[in-house]
Design a protein around this ligand. Structure first.
Ligand code: GTP
Ligand code: MG
Ligand code: ZN
Length: 315
């Protein structure tokens, strides 16, 4: 009979990089070491607090310490993958920083879904507008987009990672947070990471000349420490994002300006679609609420309803 070692033989560490069954963990002394997951059922993500044991206590082969348990997560940020399944992306985040830039051209509906996904996961959201040094940053449609996010109540920082403009405002935003940088490929997530953490040496690349689209330079997620305080997770750029499935009535919580108006609707279970006496549709008509943000809310509602039947079947 194998005897279970005392908890004293386990060390609490933080997952800072994930490569399937292999992970890099950081100890209390900021030492980074390779480890492997023990047991098939264990699934960890960047930011997880886990416990490791010496390989010789638990495994028959290999020297790398084994991750044997995950501590309860304070938050879990997830996405829905192309097959409609929930995929966890990062644990214990406190802030999701959605990075946009005038180039590559932003997809505001995706930005909205990221910000909504943060709310659903109990994480704060902010919009980081990068490349403010480019003339395209002054184009009316881009300026209007930024105005829209400010109007919705989000923290919006306009900065330039490359020219190091207003980086101190970013540093203060991140100081006591565990933040993940997300957004399209080429918006400058890794350039930020390098600007804030010079030792990190994340790879960055120029936008491809022909399409203006980013080329997915970063391929894995890594958690790094900002010298002045805070932790930062650089992540690979994405083409799309949808949050994990959530009930119809909660979708509106992802749009703070819609959620704030909803007590004024005639019905307290109003979903702001075609109900009479809806304060939200009235505000959209009066243009006090952005029609684009409202459209975005309806789109996510539609996506969630499309996912729901599959979800029930899979349970
Ligand atoms: N003009 C300008 N260019 C920038 C700025 N920040 C980053 N860039 C450029 O944008 C390009 C893409 O930057 P990355 O940091 O690799 O972008 P990323 O978001 O990490 O991209 P992925 O890793 O593919 O998701 C690089 O050529 C950077 O030099 C900026 O503030 N101004
Ligand atoms: Mg990158
Ligand atoms: Zn309503």
């Amino acid at each position: 009979m194998t005897q279970r070692a005392a908890v004293g033989d386990e060390t609490a560490v933080r997952v800072v990089e994930c490569y399937g069954r292999r992970v890099i963990v950081e100890t209390d002394h900021h030492e980074r070491i390779a480890a492997e997951l023990f047991g098939k059922r264990l699934a960890v993500v960047c930011g997880d607090e886990v416990r490791i044991r010496n390989a010789r206590d638990v495994a028959s082969s290999g020297d790398a310490p084994r991750v044997v348990a995950i501590e309860p997560r304070r938050t879990l940020f997830s996405r829905t993958d192309s097959r409609g399944r929930t995929e966890p992306l990062a644990a214990n985040l406190t802030l999701l920083a959605v990075v946009i830039a005038p180039q590559p051209e932003p997809d505001p509906f995706m930005v909205d879904r990221y910000l909504a996904g943060a709310v659903f996961a109990g994480i704060a959201g902010a919009v980081i507008v990068n490349k403010c040094d480019l003339p395209a940053a002054r184009e009316p449609s881009f300026v209007e987009l930024i105005r829209e996010y400010r109007g919705a109540g989000y923290t919006v920082l306009e900065v330039s990672a490359k020219q190091r403009v207003a980086l101190d405002s970013l540093t203060s935003l991140l100081v006591s947070q565990v933040t993940m940088l997300v957004g399209q490929s080429g918006v400058g997530k890794s350039t930020f990471t390098n600007a804030l953490i010079p030792a990190s040496e994340q790879q960055t690349r120029t936008l491809s000349e022909s399409s203006g689209e980013g080329r997915h330079t970063t391929v894995s997620t890594a958690l790094l420490r900002i010298p002045g305080g805070g932790e930062l997770i650089d992540s690979p750029g994405v083409r799309d994002y949808a949050p994990a499935l959530i009930e119809d009535s909660y979708v509106q919580t992802g749009w703070p300006e819609i959620h704030a108006l909803s007590p004024q609707c005639r019905f307290n279970n109003c979903l702001h679609l075609r109900e009479p006496g809806c304060a939200i549709t009235q505000a959209v008509e009066a243009r006090t609420l952005s029609p684009r943000r409202y459209e975005s809310y309806k789109r996510l509602m539609h996506i969630m309803r499309g996912l729901a039947p599959d979800y029930e079947r899979r349970r």
